[in-house]
Design a protein around this ligand. Structure first.
Ligand SMILES: Nc1nc2c(ncn2[C@@H]2O[C@H](COP(=O)(O)OP(=O)(O)O)[C@@H](O)[C@H]2O)c(=O)[nH]1
Ligand SMILES: [Mg+2]
Ligand SMILES: [Zn+2]
Length: 357
């Protein structure tokens, strides 16, 4: 495996200079599972762990290796595993906030060139959510592309596409069905050799199906939409970095529930992706989660997996923001964002207080 194939360039070369010539090698993290990593490098694919010194000295979860990171490692002469000594500077990253007394940043994917925001043109379709993620990604200054998948299931394709274009503000929009191999061509053409893309979107929107089409083989596990646990959650576990036959690199991720984007101090707790993901499983596409039959949100409330406070906040937000969904007025959008943040903060504070008791 040549380093360039993995996305190596002058930037990382410069970052690596202080370490070169000491039996140390650069490699890229393709999988992270707890404290175990898979490192891709000129030595091929190697299992690895951070060194004892690293674990002892490095403070903060976000300074540990993440998928997409370039690391400096050495091959253990005993078991031939990779001993990771350093993480090279990141050019870009996507993080989430992990719950706890003091919320911590956890990096989920690093050194990304293009983010593909995938939305399903089925029950998953939600213009407001797309708009919010677009804003979050644009703050990260990584190029974004909107992917509207499952076009084969959409009866009003033109309408949806037009609507999305009104919020896209120049961002490319790909309309496709991942069931057709030829439809991934626009994505493939953006992932030129050495360029790293990440697929973000709710679980079930087709990210793994797209990954498999790009790879030209079944690799990522595709889930049946009904194959969820009692909380309506998919079981697909891993984020994984994969090198494509044409030289591009793609990171497949699980649902957005896991990928709450972190932006600065506050983090993007100001969203209800967990509820929106549940809503995908409601019987009716326009379910208001009130008195409708087979409502997945109500069901989660009943079995206790959804907090009533979060549900109330979600409903409140839905009512308040309904009218402004397609507004282009920047001022209004800002006002809405501020209000959303305030509401969510109130709820989260309340929720936290209750958990403390
Ligand atoms: N009809 C249709 N089904 C799709 C499409 N893309 C994915 N699926 C199906 O949607 C389900 C979830 O796909 P998957 O790739 O696992 O979604 P992920 O959770 O985002 O990785 C699977 O049953 C796929 O076969 C599409 O474009 N059209
Ligand atoms: Mg998947
Ligand atoms: Zn519902």
């Amino acid at each position: 495996m040549k380093l360039e194939t993995l996305g190596w360039n002058n930037f990382f070369e410069a970052c690596f200079t202080p370490y070169s010539g000491k039996g140390l090698l650069p490699g890229r993290i393709s999988i992270q599972h707890k404290d175990r990593y898979i490192v891709l490098s000129e030595k091929g694919e190697v299992n690895g762990k951070v060194s004892g010194k690293f674990r002892f000295e490095v403070k903060g979860l976000h300074n540990f290796p993440a998928v997409g990171d370039w690391v400096v490692f050495e091959i253990d002469s005993g078991d031939q595993s990779a001993v990771i000594h350093h993480v090279l500077e990141r050019r870009s990253k996507f993080s989430r906030k992990v719950a706890g007394d003091r919320p911590e940043e956890q990096v989920l994917a690093a050194n990304i060139d293009i983010v593909f925001l995938v939305m399903g043109l089925d029950g998953n379709y939600n213009l407001r959510r797309l708009e919010r993620y677009l804003t979050a990604v644009q703050e990260s200054e990584v190029r974004s592309v909107i992917v509207l998948n499952k076009s084969d299931l959409c009866s009003h394709l033109e309408e949806c596409t037009k609507e999305v274009l009104t919020i896209a503000h120049g961002v490319n929009v790909v309309v496709m069905s991942a069931l057709r191999a030829e439809d991934v061509a626009p994505i493939r053409s953006l992932l030129t050799p050495g360029i790293t893309g990440v697929l973000l979107g709710s679980s079930g929107v087709g990210k793994s199906t797209i990954t498999n089409q790009l790879l030209g083989k079944e690799h990522s596990q595709v889930q049946s939409v009904r194959e969820t646990d009692s909380h309506g959650r998919h079981t697909t576990p891993h984020r994984e970095l994969l090198v494509l036959p044409n030289g591009g690199i793609i990171i497949d991720t699980p649902g957005l529930r896991e990928l709450q984007l972190w932006s600065g101090e506050e983090g993007v707790q100001d969203s209800f992706d967990d509820i929106e993901e549940l809503a995908v499983h409601c019987r009716f596409r326009d379910c208001k989660h009130e008195a409708e039959p087979n409502c997945a949100v109500k069901q989660a409330l009943e079995d206790g997996s959804l907090d009533p406070g979060r549900y109330e906040g979600f409903q409140k937000l839905q009512r308040e923001s309904h009218v402004q969904t397609t507004s282009h007025d920047k001022n209004l959008q800002q006002q809405r964002k501020d209000r959303e943040k305030k509401i969510v903060k109130q709820i989260n504070d309340k929720f936290r207080d209750r958990e403390k008791q």
